[in-house]
Design a protein around this ligand. Structure first.
Ligand code: HEM
Length: 522
């Protein structure tokens, strides 16, 4: 008793001297130290030989989140050296198993529907932005039908008409935008290309009423919706942060605006000759069960297309121009290609010309190789998945992550992989990635891409639906910029001076991404 009070009394005395915040701080420090120690011991002592190795990390829950978030490729390549192509890391408390290489891409992207699920991962983030009953807020079979509708709308007639519209929008932008006033100047591509691609995509795919609204209401609404993709929403998409309240307001208002457009079109007597856009197309589609999509579903699909296409396209065209500014001789080669193929007087571009401008498409292709906008593709594991050629089985508590960008940046597939060289594709001029095996998931034949190290548009049932449109949009904008400007880095260097911003779902050039332009007609 005497010994116990000799120990406890001074402690009680000390604790009564310490303020409450200090006590809380001390308890937290003890808790943190203990959990770090236990976490390290668990990793060292309890390795499961039948599961992929876990990337060593000090702090539980956060695990490797920060290193991964700063530069996913650096993280993946360094883990590959230590652990091989298959390893697990902790991403905000989730055990995330990465499978690299073409085998890893195939394992995840072409996984069976009963084994892997995309909607459980993406829906919390995307459904509040896109709206209900579309894409990841519906059974996969319904998504496959919705993709079929969109594919049906991207006919060559539609794409042909888009080349004219996109050309006009780009010329108008170059003429009127403040960043291009005068004979020479600088432009921040991050903001300028985001604005231009939203005009070109809305004027073509979305239709003229939506384009007109981007001069007024839609620009703010789009921005509010976009904030729904903030990184914090990976964890708290439902939390009433101000940005989430704005997202919800924008989602409802935008849905109502699309529904009004649809009603007005119906009231005016329906589609006429020459009317080409995705809203018209969706208004004429029918699910297998015999009903047409509701107006709300059409509105939500249109929002999904707007959001899915915008970031990837604006970041890709920004990277293209950044690359051309650091290798200005390529932009001169592009101009020469246009003169050789189309004629020295540079007539207006047509859809059929795009396929003939092979260096232009190689510039897009090479840029997507190094700067693919989607660095991580994730799926929830639904049944334990044995990994071929290893002793590992990935359990259902894990999320699987594929990164086709790693195969596209690997020296074994592309010599000197980080060197941007559109001519590396000279030997394979076509933009097809892998013709070996094709499969139909309900929205047309797509290449499985099983053996291809180049999959910027993904593979399998969730493969991108917007590839053709993206190429039309990017190449058409490129053609106009090549005709209008000479480009260079502000300091004249031959390096890309801008780092990549990996902080959101889509990687993009870090803002500001500034280059210098000089008008050719100056
Ligand atoms: C899916 C890339 C442009 C609509 C995807 C995926 C990738 C991708 C990698 C697969 C995601 C996954 O498997 O989880 C790109 C790139 C683009 C681009 C690199 C441009 C350079 C577009 C455009 C549209 C679009 C312009 C719309 C017109 C979609 C949709 C999906 C998708 C709706 C979801 C498909 C599904 O989950 O089944 N995209 N995309 N994309 N993309 Fe694109």
């Amino acid at each position: 008793m005497g010994l116990l009070s000799a120990i406890v009394n001074p402690l009680v005395h000390i604790s009564s001297d310490i303020s409450t915040p200090a006590l809380i701080g001390a308890s937290f420090a003890i808790f943190l130290t203990l959990s770090i120690v236990l976490n390290v011991l668990r990793q060292l002592l309890f390795k499961n030989p039948n599961e992929p190795p876990v990337v060593f990390h000090w702090v539980p829950f956060f695990g490797s989140t920060i290193v991964y978030g700063i530069d996913p490729y650096k993280f993946f390549f360094s883990c590959r050296e230590k652990y091989g192509d298959v390893f697990t890391f902790i991403l905000l408390g989730r055990k995330t198993t990465v499978c690299l290489g073409t085998t890893g891409n195939n394992f995840i992207l072409n996984g069976k529907i009963q084994n892997l699920n995309a909607e459980e991962i993406y829906s919390p983030l995307t459904t509040p932005v896109f709206g209900s009953d579309v894409v990841y807020d519906c059974p996969n079979s319904k998504l496959m039908e919705q993709k079929k509708f969109v594919k049906f709308g991207l006919t060559s007639d539609a794409l042909k008409s888009y080349v004219r519209t996109i050309t006009d929008e780009t010329r108008d932008f170059i003429k009127k935008n403040a960043a291009f006033k005068g004979k020479k100047g600088t432009v921040n591509l991050s903001s300028a290309m985001a604005e231009l691609t939203i005009y070109t995509a809305s004027a073509s795919l979305q239709g003229k009423e939506v384009r007109a609204k981007f001069d007024s209401t839609f620009a703010d609404l789009y921005h509010y919706l976009d904030m729904g993709f903030s990184p914090i929403n990976f964890m708290l998409p439902w939390f009433p942060f101000p940005h989430n309240r704005k997202r919800d307001y924008a989602q409802k208002t935008m849905t109502d605006l699309y529904c009004e457009i649809i009603e007005r079109r119906r009231a005016a007597g329906g589609k006429r000759e020459g009317d080409e856009d995705m809203i018209w197309n969706l208004m004429s589609c029918q699910y297998k069960e015999g009903r047409a999509p509701t107006d709300k579903e059409i509105a939500h699909m249109m929002i999904a297309l707007l959001m899915a296409g915008q970031h990837s396209s604006s970041s890709t065209i920004a990277w293209i121009l950044l690359r051309l500014a650091s290798q200005p001789e390529i932009i001169e080669e592009l101009l020469q290609e246009q003169k050789d193929v189309l004629g020295a007087d540079l007539p207006d571009l047509t859809y059929d010309d795009l396929a003939r401008l092979s260096l232009h498409s190689q510039v897009v292709k090479e840029t997507l190789r190094i700067h693919t906008p989607i660095h991580s593709i994730m799926r929830k594991v639904k049944t334990p998945m044995p990994v071929d050629g290893t002793k590992y089985t990935v359990p259902t508590s894990h999320v699987l992550l594929a990164s086709p960008g790693v195969t596209a940046r690997s020296a074994e597939n592309f010599p000197n992989p980080l060197h941007w060289d559109p001519h590396r594709w000279d030997a394979h001029k076509e933009v097809e990635e892998d013709d070996s095996e094709k499969i139909d998931y309900g929205w047309g034949l797509v290449s499985k891409g099983t053996a291809s190290p180049y999959l910027p548009f993904g593979a399998g049932r969730h493969r991108c639906i917007g590839e053709q449109f993206a190429y039309v949009q990017l190449q058409t904008i490129l053609v106009e910029f090549v005709r209008a400007f000479k480009l260079r880095n502000p300091d004249g260097s031959r390096e890309v001076l801008v780092e990549t911003d990996y902080s959101s779902l889509f990687s993009r050039p870090l803002n500001p991404a500034t280059i210098e332009w000089v008008r050719r007609d100056a």
